[in-house]
Design a protein around this ligand. Structure first.
Ligand SMILES: NC(=O)c1ccc[n+]([C@@H]2O[C@H](COP(=O)([O-])OP(=O)(O)OC[C@H]3O[C@@H](n4cnc5c(N)ncnc54)[C@H](O)[C@@H]3O)[C@@H](O)[C@H]2O)c1
Ligand SMILES: O=c1ccn([C@@H]2O[C@H](COP(=O)(O)OP(=O)(O)O[C@H]3OC[C@](O)(CO)[C@H]3O)[C@@H](O)[C@H]2O)c(=O)[nH]1
Length: 390
């Protein structure tokens, strides 16, 4: 395929650019790098402290794109090479962050530094050097819904105005300071405001992305296999880990919170549209999610159990879930978003993007990957005798 003959949404030919991607070695970064290498002619300067999730893209012998991707092992907290990379790129995409909820209340300082302080130089270098920035924020900036403050049986709870989250209308409702869960959302909100202000006062060309629970292969880690045994990843990896080990899935506070999940491959299509249509994406904040894939966390656990039984051929447990309190699971200071449905008007109008994959289908392909990647390693780890203390 002549990749350089591709056109943007207005029919103009797309020129190949150089992208400085910070956090390229993470879950979203790895999928975005894959897409850019396989389907475009753009170059990527991939910045991260880890490269495991993109090592398959960095092997020069096997990949036709080896001259289009370079890995830079850089911690953006303290590395003077960052400004140089931003200067030689046309566009910077900042994905770097601590973004696992188990850290927000237990490591609030690291969380605030990572999501606000460490992002400051990136915004500054882009603004000073007139470089375009796509900054990754989060759906968590909305916090809780207005409806969550109404009595449980109140009619207005059914009114979308009380729960659908709109970029240019909805307020950001966080819990009290002692609920340190909100340290992440608050840091993300402040960096959004800073990026927006750089746009308003200094003409920074920016796009802000608010992902709504993107999930798929390579998300986070499986504790004790490719991450710390005591680590707590996001829900997809927590439940995958439970299924792989044949243990019940833990429902925090009964699993009553609601989420909408979008397949990573659908969401990456939206990011590519932003990259290649700057005139339509600049100055905008975009919700990127799938409003049709809403479930409670309990329903997610039930669906994952059913899908895993199908893809692994292993029967599910008689009691597949157990309830745990949030204090026991996450510790003091945890709190939760009750419900997250993205309004899609702006992304639809600007980029014509719509998610395609149903929750069942995305879980089927993701759990097939989890089983193929981890089942053997888990079996070996579980067969090892536990070291005795005597
Ligand atoms: N996955 C989602 O559904 C989701 C939802 C909301 C927001 N986001 C946002 O999207 C972004 C990417 O999320 P993800 O799911 O890919 O997370 P991830 O943890 O897989 O990726 C983040 C990457 O940033 C790197 N990083 C962190 N600090 C760094 C530093 N100081 N220097 C260099 N690299 C550093 C990490 O090593 C990691 O590879 C984050 O900003 C996150 O807040 C993601
Ligand atoms: O074993 C588990 C793990 C989690 N839960 C509950 O599931 C809900 C979702 O949890 P999770 O995916 O870990 O995270 P959140 O959706 O709360 O937050 C993320 O949203 C976007 C992002 O910004 C980045 O990904 C991040 O902050 C939640 O209710 C947990 O309590 C469970 O029951 N059992």
């Amino acid at each position: 395929m002549a990749a350089n003959a591709r056109s943007d949404l207005d029919g103009n030919p797309i020129k190949a650019i150089t992208i400085c991607m910070i956090g390229a070695g993470g879950f979203i970064g790895s999928h975005l790098c894959e897409k850019l290498m396989a389907e475009t002619q753009h170059k990527v300067l991939a910045v991260d402290v880890y490269s495991d999730k993109i090592k398959h893209l960095l092997e020069p012998e096997t990949n036709p794109w080896s001259d289009r991707i370079q890995f830079h092992r850089i911690n953006i907290k303290h590395d003077s090479r960052l400004e140089g990379l931003i200067k030689i790129a046309d566009l910077t995409i900042n994905l770097a962050a601590i973004c696992t909820p188990a850290d927000y209340n237990t490591r609030p300082l690291d969380t605030i530094y990572s999501n606000f302080i460490d992002a400051l130089p990136v915004v500054k270098y882009c603004s000073e050097n007139n470089k375009r920035l796509i900054h990754f924020s989060t759906c968590e900036v909305y916090g809780k819904t207005i409806g969550s403050f109404l009595p449980k049986d109140h009619d207005l709870r059914q009114d979308p105005a009380f729960y659908v989250l709109k970029e240019d209308v909805s307020p950001c409702i966080f819990g009290p300071i002692e609920k340190q869960r909100w340290s992440y959302a608050c840091a993300k909100q402040l960096i959004e405001r800073l990026v927006y202000a750089e746009g308003a006062e200094n003409g920074l060309e920016f796009t802000i992305v608010r992902p709504f629970n993107w999930i798929g292969p390579r998300m986070d880690f499986i504790p004790g296999i490719d991450g710390p045994s005591e680590g707590v990843p996001r829900v997809l990896a927590c439940f995958s880990n439970n299924l792989l080990r044949g243990e019940p899935l833990k429902l925090v506070d009964g699993g009553q919170s609601q989420r909408t999940f979008v397949y990573i491959k659908d969401a990456i299509e939206a990011v590519l549209l932003m990259i290649e249509n700057p005139a339509r994406a600049n100055g905008h904040i975009f919700n990127v999610g799938n409003p049709n894939n809403e479930v409670t966390v309990k329903q997610l656990a039930e669906m994952m159990t059913e899908v895993y039984e199908k893809v692994s051929g292993e029967p599910s447990l008689e009691v597949p879930t157990i309830d745990v309190s949030s204090k026991e699971f996450y510790g003091e200071g945890y709190d939760d978003s009750d419900k997250r449905i993205p309004d899609m008007t702006i992304i639809n109008r600007q980029l014509g993007w719509n998610p395609k994959t149903s929750l069942w289908d995305l879980l089927e392909s993701t759990l097939t990957y989890q089983h193929r990647t981890y089942a053997e390693a888990i079996k070996k780890a579980m067969a090892k005798p536990v070291a005795s203390s005597s």
